[in-house]
Ligand binder design. Structure first.
Ligand SMILES: CSC[C@H]1O[C@H](OP(=O)(O)O)[C@H](O)[C@@H]1O
Ligand SMILES: Nc1ncnc2[nH]cnc12
Length: 291
């Protein structure tokens, strides 16, 4: 049986986690450039953990400039098997209130300036994204949240916008009333898609900070209020993460939903027509099926 290795991507307001045994920040080089920052690697309850701040310590990357491919490659290269992606988000639902967590399970991707795949000319692959998140990981996060007394909603559709500006009121109403989205953020796509290509189980934990701009009683998004809510949310996120090693266990059975076998049958390019340079870049992400 394989070893569980938990990767945590920390979003806005979550730039570190404490309590890791033997923790050290490690620079990880990837063929896709540098990740957002060094990666904090250690153990929690005996289970290896790697923590990567999505925007870098000190929050230097915009949602557009986050090096999503390098981040996912670096986690995979370290041996991570399961990724918890913590993010701030706006809510389109009255009952998903600031302070609540949402276990997002679907996305609508409206981002336009990002590299969305590891594959390309010379190594073409088509991976299913019908169910873009891992239900097994979501079960564990839901249990951890219940144990911590965190209000968590199971399931929700996340509208990924390019940013960095927040939505207009007309966009907010479109996403909520016409498209049926539940929350909005700027970072979970293409991150989730790349994690699937890299055969990582991926579970987004969206922390509600505001009601975006549709709500008649809440007006426009206010970054000061968001940061205040984030501070409380970040402590809850860290408490939740500390429970995960105990819930996931050190021994890892194959994912019952097949996240860790997503590349089976996905690569269409004939072996003799593959671009050796691209195949070399794909060593960590797709070495299992290309080697
Ligand atoms: C702080 S409000 C806007 C900012 O916060 C979210 O980032 P992340 O998903 O990394 O927590 C949102 O997507 C925006 O990038
Ligand atoms: N309303 C909002 N829109 C986009 N990203 C967000 N992150 C937190 N709140 C958000």
């Amino acid at each position: 049986m394989a070893e569980t290795f938990i990767g945590v991507i920390g979003g806005s307001g979550v730039y570190g986690i404490d309590g890791l045994e033997g923790a050290e920040w490690r620079a990880v080089a990837t063929p896709w450039g540098d990740p957002s920052d060094q990666i904090l690697v250690g153990r929690l309850g005996g289970v290896p953990i790697a923590f990567l701040p999505r925007h870098g310590r000190g929050h230097v990357h915009t949602p557009t400039t986050v090096p999503y491919r390098a981040n996912i490659d670096a986690l995979k290269r370290l041996g991570v098997t399961d990724v918890i992606a913590v993010s701030a988000c706006g809510s389109f639902r009255e009952e998903m209130a600031p302070g609540d967590f949402v276990l997002v399970d679907q996305f609508i991707d409206r981002t336009i300036h990002r590299e969305k795949s590891f594959f390309g000319p010379g190594c073409v692959a088509h991976v299913s994204l019908a169910h873009p998140t891992c239900a097994r990981l979501a079960d564990a996060v839901a249990e951890a949240a219940a144990a911590e007394g965190i209000r968590i909603h199971r399931g929700g559709t996340y509208l990924a916008m390019e940013g960095p500006l927040f939505s207009t009121q007309a966009e907010s109403k479109l996403y909520r009333e016409v498209w049926g989205c539940d929350v909005i953020g700027m970072t979970n796509m293409p991150e989730a898609a790349l994690a699937r290509e890299a055969e990582l189980c991926y579970c987004p934990v969206a922390m509600v900070t505001d009601y975006d701009s549709w709500h008649p009683d809440h007006g426009a998004v206010d970054i000061t209020a968001i940061v205040a809510t984030l501070t409380g949310n970040a402590d809850n996120a860290r408490a939740l993460i500390r429970r995960l090693p105990g819930l996931l266990g050190g021994d890892r059975a194959p994912c019952p939903h097949g996240c860790d076998r997503a590349l089976d049958h996905a690569v269409l390019t004939a072996p003799e027509r593959r671009d050796p340079a691209l195949v070399a870049r794909l060593d960590a992400v797709a070495g299992r099926v290309l080697a």
